[in-house]
Ligand binder design. Sequence first.
Ligand SMILES: Cc1cc2nc3c(=O)[nH]c(=O)nc-3n(C[C@H](O)[C@H](O)[C@H](O)COP(=O)(O)OP(=O)(O)OC[C@H]3O[C@@H](n4cnc5c(N)ncnc54)[C@H](O)[C@@H]3O)c2cc1C
Length: 456
Amino acid sequence: MKKFVIIGGGISGLSLAWFLKRRFGDKISLTIVEKENRLGGYVHTKRKDGFIFEQGARSCRSKGSGMQTLQLIEQLGLQDQVIAGDPSVKNRYLWIDKKLRSLPTGPFSFFTSSLMKGVIPALFKDLKTAPSSEKDESIYSFISRRFGSNIAETLIDPVTTGIYAGDIRQLSIKSCFPFLHEWEQAHGSVIKGAFKGRKKKRISSSKFVQEHQRASLFSLKDGIEILVHELAYRLREHLLLSNEATAFHFHPNKVEVDLKDGTILEADYLFSTIPASNLSSLFASHHKELSDLLASIPSISVAVVNLGYHKSVIKKRGFGYLIPSKEKENILGVVWDSSIFPQQNQIPEETRFTVMLGGAHFHNFDDLTSQECTNIALEAVSEHLRVDTPPDTISVKMAPKSIPQYLVGHAAKVEAIENILSRVFPRLTISGNSYYGVSFNDCIAYSKKLEENTKL
Ligand SMILES: Cc1cc2nc3c(=O)[nH]c(=O)nc-3n(C[C@H](O)[C@H](O)[C@H](O)COP(=O)(O)OP(=O)(O)OC[C@H]3O[C@@H](n4cnc5c(N)ncnc54)[C@H](O)[C@@H]3O)c2cc1C
């Protein structure tokens, strides 16, 4: 019987374990090692004073790799939990020049919105600009080359903030927005690619998946962590919690994994789903080049401040707002959770906000206390939303080094890591949000791909 060991019990490790178990059943032995006493990593739903707060991932895009997440939900029998984002989520805002400005929601507002000033010439610029021959470049360089620097700084910077909390002058276009890079390379322009690239092959999926892929966003009624709980239950006999992988020993026919409590696990196949920086230290004495490559994939710190009110404190409905870094505000943006997923509201008039702080532009963020983060969050909702009512409940989660940064050259780094692994450590496979996509969906889709590529 082949022995599979998975290091890390976040969504990458758990979904991989589930797909492998579903496919190979009793033909394999499976162990998941998690250093904390809880599973889920950056998926964490907190119930506090009658509110449902997400301290990590809160929503998933339905399209694209949302399909694999919906399929997983279906396999686990959690269909009744799926909730679609409210239609008002199309209302999205940017905080610019001390005002909330709405992004266009349709063709009319596209032409009338003040945010779209200069967009038409920018579209023509894209059509006229030849593709770059560079292998990779920063998001800022790509967007300003094709659309102008105003589009990069005003529109793309906050979108990037919402996903990576990073700096568009350092993040890679190829790894952070691969479809934009591909459209340019394949069709000569992003606009042309957006039209031509749309005609994608239809992949057959169940009625449940098709139905939910029609909405733009989805989540789970009792919080995203429900998925983790169900996976934990289904995988219960394979879990080793509160135990950390501390060293690997590679032999020609097996790998040994040392655990913190002194146990040694044997594996025919070893999967690491832990952050690249953690894996780097496990290779420090084995292979310096590999260890250095892994260490060169940094992660950035953020904090999540959830505010709960037992009444309605804001008239606007929508997804919330993001802030371009040039505005030099102390927060990244505010998500209007009670408006996005009203199905999670325990009373109809409740309001839930999530204020996101930190990221690449907040210097010395790691020195802040959770009380300081709370104060910044309360000041922001007062100034930006005119909400001065004290929240009934506050929950703060500091998330140090939680969001991987795919810097320019990331794809080449990952390729170099894969090459070393296949040459020198062929029994180890890497996965997790440090390499192939940071979203919840990306993690699950990559686990599915790994399972499909696994041969006994
Ligand atoms: C604040 C925040 C908000 C987010 N919001 C969204 C969102 O709305 N939508 C979305 O799609 N994505 C979102 N994301 C991203 C998404 O949640 C993560 O990318 C994803 O959950 C990462 O899963 P993972 O399993 O790859 O890594 P992790 O969750 O980091 O899991 C890795 C696990 O490995 C364990 N570990 C580490 N070292 C060892 C060791 N040596 N031995 C054993 N175990 C070890 C850790 O304890 C951890 O449990 C958000 C992320 C953050 C931080």
